[in-house]
Ligand binder design. Structure first.
Ligand SMILES: [Fe+2]
Ligand SMILES: [Fe+2]
Length: 138
């Protein structure tokens, strides 16, 4: 999964975490391509889950601190991602994970960065409580 400027939300720390999660998608894609064993794929999905959970917790605490009005629905979206990832991990136990299923998650993640993450970061920037490090791509 290739990073694009359009994914930038304008806060370096969040962009860096997004890049980290995207790199893990690439690692998982490669593992599936190379038909690695289910245990290797499972372990890589576990790393993705740990990164995503850590990242979501950071976003959710920022939303809470800044009183972001759409926090509840954003948290639900994060939960949806983690639920899908849980299902995917269970799948590795019984059959091969296909590119289709991992593509669902990586596409979801790309859309989430461009839409909901950008929206909440825009909210906290507009409320003047964050020093922006760079402007997000138009
Ligand atoms: Fe995010
Ligand atoms: Fe998010």
């Amino acid at each position: 999964m290739q990073w694009k400027d359009e994914y930038s939300v304008g806060v370096a720390e969040i962009d860096e975490q997004h890049k980290g999660v995207m790199e893990l998608f690439t690692v998982i894609d490669t593992a599936i391509d190379n038909r690695e064993s289910w245990s290797d794929v499972f372990f890589k999905l576990e790393q993705l889950r740990e990164h995503a959970r850590f990242h979501f917790a950071l976003e959710e605490s920022l939303m809470r601190m800044h009183g972001y009005p759409k926090q509840a629905e954003h948290v639900d979206l994060h939960k949806h991602f983690l639920d899908k990832l849980d299902q995917l991990q269970m799948t590795t136990l019984s059959r091969q994970v296909t590119m289709n299923t991992i593509n669902y998650l990586s596409n979801w993640y790309a859309e989430h960065m461009k839409m909901q993450d950008r929206d909440f970061v825009r909210y906290i920037i507009d409320n003047g409580k964050v020093n922006i490090t760079h402007l997000p791509a138009a």
